[in-house]
Design a protein around this ligand. Structure first.
Ligand SMILES: *Cc1c(COP(=O)(O)O)cnc(C)c1O
Length: 341
């Protein structure tokens, strides 16, 4: 039985074209700064986003954690939404790596506004941690792939600039947001001190994330990456996959979004589904009716060849990606519409 894997957009395998690009990559020792393909990837992304510098990292988690370390001092406080990946899914890394505390806000599906952030910025007082960093996530993973538009980001940037607070973007799925909103990558650089971008999610590379920043921040970031064990040698084989993905896999994200919307429409008609979160990008979050548990529905789907995960007792997540074709989505819709549990 051929399986349709909606568990995550990280499950994709390199395409033949991507593998060719990897096999023929020119490489060198990146810890010496001598890998031409890593350098090319970094220059390409920095230029795309109008940032001074970029640094290739093994994972999005490392890229975010390096950013937080760069932008805080011990005893500082990081402000982010309660759904934030940096808080929930990075193993307590903010405390472990940066000795910082976290102020959690309740955004709308993870989307924050300046009005939510401003009252949570601590005054200069000996009792209070120093609020030094705001982290936004675009798209919001746990918010069902909801996007910020740049018009929502600009006033947050303005607030942070007035308050002297750094602003970092966890842009694991930033290209999904760019495709959905129509915002331009080149407009992003001026709003953020740091941006993390995953190559291994919707873009379909096997490994890698890039941290964008100023040149001065990159120097500090490079040392932190080394300390964390993320200094890689002939990493150009991996960077080549990233370059290939940037050249070939950005515009096709629109297909993933279309597929996610089609799945959501089918799910909203299913008798075992009580709620489907409106879809903006490639993530579908839906609740099963109270007479079922998410795990029962997941089991029934697995028996029919559909793989997915739960995000709570009642909630299931589908993620569309490069390795899910529209024919597979049609097949999945057929299964979802006729499922008996
Ligand atoms: C996947 C993801 C990351 C980083 O994940 P890695 O698996 O470490 O590459 C960071 N933020 C968000 C929102 C993510 O979805």
């Amino acid at each position: 039985m051929n399986r349709i894997d909606f568990r995550s957009d990280t499950v994709t395998k390199p395409t033949p074209g991507m593998l060719d690009a990897m096999m023929s990559a020119k490489v060198g020792d990146d810890v010496f700064g001598e890998d031409p393909t890593v350098n090319a990837l970094e220059e390409k992304l920095a230029a795309m986003f109008n940032m001074e510098a970029a640094m290739f990292c093994p994972s999005g988690t490392m890229s975010n954690q390096i950013a937080i370390k760069c932008f805080t001092n011990p005893m500082d406080e990081v402000i982010c939404d309660q759904t934030a990946h940096v808080y929930r899914y990075e193993g307590g890394g903010i405390a472990y790596n940066s000795l910082a505390s976290v102020r959690l806000l309740n955004g709308d599906r993870g989307i924050l506004t300046p009005e939510m952030i401003e009252p949570e910025i601590n005054a200069d007082n000996i009792h209070y941690p120093n609020s030094s960093l705001v982290v936004l996530e675009n798209t919001v993973n746990k918010g069902g792939g909801k996007c910020y538009s740049l018009s929502q980001i600009e006033p947050i940037h303005n607030l942070c600039a007035i308050k002297g607070i750094k602003l970092h973007l966890d842009g694991a799925r930033l290209f999904n947001a760019l495709i959905a909103t129509g915002d331009r990558a080149s407009a992003y650089g001026k709003y953020f001190d740091g941006i993390s971008i995953c190559l291994s999610k919707g873009l379909g590379a096997p490994v890698g994330s890039v941290f964008l920043s100023s040149k001065a921040v990159r120097r500090k970031a490079e040392k932190i990456r080394k300390v964390l064990g993320g200094g890689m040698r002939q990493a150009g084989f991996l960077a080549a996959a990233g370059i290939y993905a940037l050249d070939h896999h950005i515009n096709r994200l629109a297909d993933d979004h279309k597929n996610a919307k089609a799945l959501a429409a089918a799910l909203s008609k299913a008798n075992y589904v009580s709620y489907v979160m409106p879809v903006e990008t490639n993530i579908v979050l839906f609740d099963v009716t109270p007479n079922y548990k998410a795990d029962q529905v997941i089991k029934a789907l697995e028996a029919k060849g559909i793989l997915c995960n739960s995000t709570s007792n009642q909630t299931i997540r589908f993620v569309t990606h490069l390795d899910v074709s529209s024919a597979m989505v049609d097949q999945a819709i057929e299964i979802l519409s006729n499922l008996t549990i």
